[in-house]
Design a protein around this ligand. Structure first.
Ligand SMILES: N[C@@H](CCC(=O)N[C@@H](CS)C(=O)NCC(=O)O)C(=O)O
Ligand SMILES: [Fe+2]
Length: 290
């Protein structure tokens, strides 16, 4: 079993974990789920997170082969386009991103928006493989949190994004447009069918009880102690997930983030005045918690 090196970079602002996964032999690496900083109060964007990742890559003497996203994120902007410009490495995401693009094209009323995934260099189908140096990576389609979510299985490391969080934090929500709790359960079962020692790297940690951020668990740990899966039936999980989702407010950046992320992380085009603008649809999403 190949054992890649994995470095996690925690973004405190959004509770997101970004990864650099590298081949210890060839020093080739992939960046997974990089964050482009956005301050919603001032409207400012920045590349503090992405530049820290680039500095790590430089310090370690790594070379970037892939810039990967697990899904079109609803809580932060992807830094994939910025990092592509900096490194020349290709970007990729799951092929069902096209379905997510169609949903959000309608919400933003962008009739001419190309919903063909052409904003990425490669779209992965379920079961597809690719290489990072000598490491073999395999894609598992893991829908539920979003229609397009995928897990990257690289040697003994699985990048499971927003399926399961740390065992003390349960699972991701399944109530975004295109989300589905039953599909999320099936995706989680497929992840937990991997060997017990598989290292699972999650996409978020919200530091319950004020503990330090953590992001790595194993299949065995999840099966033993995650209350959303240990001893649960499919029906019990779906009931728990749907009940909890009814209590959650939408992520504060969902309307801002999707319009950047369905463009592969590219900010909206510059208008005549020289500035870029985000578009906020009113009364388009359910789930306001007053
Ligand atoms: N408070 C956060 C919530 C972000 C959020 O909804 N995160 C998703 C993953 S993108 C999730 O599954 N959250 C589970 C939960 O909050 O219990 C925000 O506003 O950004
Ligand atoms: Fe997410």
């Amino acid at each position: 079993m190949q054992r890649p090196d994995v470095a996690g970079f925690y973004d405190r602002r959004t509770g997101s974990i970004q990864y650099v996964v590298s081949d210890p032999v060839t020093r080739k690496c992939a960046i997974i789920d990089p964050v482009l900083d956005f301050d919603e109060k001032s409207g400012a964007t920045a590349t503090v997170n992405a530049d820290a990742i680039l500095a790590h890559i430089d310090n370690e003497g790594l070379s970037v082969e892939w810039i990967l996203d697990t899904h079109p994120h609803a809580d932060h902007f992807s830094a994939a386009k910025y990092l592509r410009a900096k490194t020349g490495a290709p970007t990729a995401i799951g092929e069902h991103v096209k379905d997510v693009q169609r949903i959000w094209r309608d919400i933003y009323d962008w009739p001419d928006f190309p919903c063909d995934g052409s904003q990425w260099d490669r779209l992965f189908a379920d079961g597809e493989t690719f290489r990072i140096g000598e490491l073999e990576a395999r894609v598992m389609h893991s829908p539920g949190h979003t229609l397009a979510s995928i897990t990257y299985l690289i040697g003994d490391a699985a990048f499971i994004h927003d399926t399961l969080f740390m065992p003390d934090s349960g699972s991701a929500r399944a109530d975004f447009p295109g989300g589905n709790a039953e599909q999320l359960w099936n995706s989680i079962r497929a992840i937990l069918a991997l060997p017990d020692a598989t290292r699972l790297f999650t996409g978020h940690d919200y530091c319950p009880g004020g503990r330090d951020a953590r992001w790595m668990s194993t299949v065995a740990e999840q099966k033993a102690s995650n209350p959303h899966v240990a001893g649960k039936s499919a029906a019990a999980f779906v009931a728990l997930r749907e009940a909890r989702d009814k209590t959650l407010a939408m992520p504060k950046l969902i309307l801002q983030a999707l319009q950047v992320n369905i463009r592969g992380g590219e900010l909206p085009p510059i208008e005549e005045c020289g500035r870029r603008y985000l578009k906020i649809p009113l009364n388009a999403l359910p789930g306001a918690v007053w």
